[in-house]
Design a protein around this ligand. Structure first.
Ligand SMILES: Cc1cc2nc3c(=O)[nH]c(=O)nc-3n(C[C@H](O)[C@H](O)[C@H](O)COP(=O)(O)O)c2cc1C
Length: 194
């Protein structure tokens, strides 16, 4: 595993379960490019069941607990999602709904969170990105607001499971830099509170 002694630990979430997902490929590429002080684990959403509020008290799914624990333990989250029908994919919204509870005590609360979208279309999934950021704000996440990374024409930029377009990768890495700055600021604030 790359950077396994890193001091900053990120969790990457792909909004797509597709085997050859462009979004997952972008996450893998970012993981490869991180500076030594940062590592990223990609969390798979495929085991998350459909949200049912009854299961909050009765038969809470272990896969959801694992997901919530991963978000709790990490320093920051990187989301790369497609756009489905001008919004975020249902599987991804479903996972966020699980992670949103209990209300105001989500593991995302205060968590520096970076959102990117990718699409074969010219619009790069920007409509889904706005929706994802809004949902994360409802969960009190610290959504990194700049730069907003979209990867349009993703089908032409992903080769052999990696993002090969230098301009897109450079832009995405600048957003990772902004995420790392937010994480370091959060650490400074919490250490000055001690
Ligand atoms: C159900 C469905 C709805 C889609 N709707 C949109 C859309 O609204 N906008 C868009 O840019 N792409 C849309 N697409 C195309 C996806 O962007 C494309 O399938 C993309 O490759 C999915 O991301 P992935 O490669 O990470 O799986 C849609 C695809 C599916 C399957």
């Amino acid at each position: 595993m790359k950077n396994k002694h890193a001091s900053i630990r990120l969790v990457g979430i792909s909004g797509s379960l597709r085997r050859l997902s462009y979004c997952t490929a972008i996450l893998r590429t970012l993981r490869d490019e991180l500076p030594d002080e940062v590592m990223l684990d990609i969390f798979e959403l495929s085991r998350i069941p459909l949200y049912n509020e009854d299961r909050e008290t009765d038969d809470f799914p272990s896969s959801v607990q694992t997901f919530k624990d991963a978000v709790t333990r990490c320093d920051g989250v990187v989301i790369v999602s497609p756009e489905y029908n001008h919004g975020m994919p249902g599987v991804f919204k479903n996972a966020l709904d699980w992670a949103s509870q209990p209300i105001n005590k989500s593991p995302f609360a205060g968590k520096p969170t970076l959102v990117m979208t990718a699409s074969p279309a010219f619009t790069g999934g920007v409509r889904a990105q706005v929706q994802i950021a809004e949902t994360l704000r409802a969960m009190l996440a610290n959504v990194i607001s700049f730069p907003q990374v979209v990867v349009p024409a993703a089908h032409a930029k992903i080769v052999d499971g990696r993002l090969k377009d230098p301009a897109s990768l450079d832009f995405a890495m600048k957003a990772i830099d902004a995420l790392v700055v937010a994480i370091k600021q959060r650490r400074l604030i919490s250490s000055s509170d001690d």
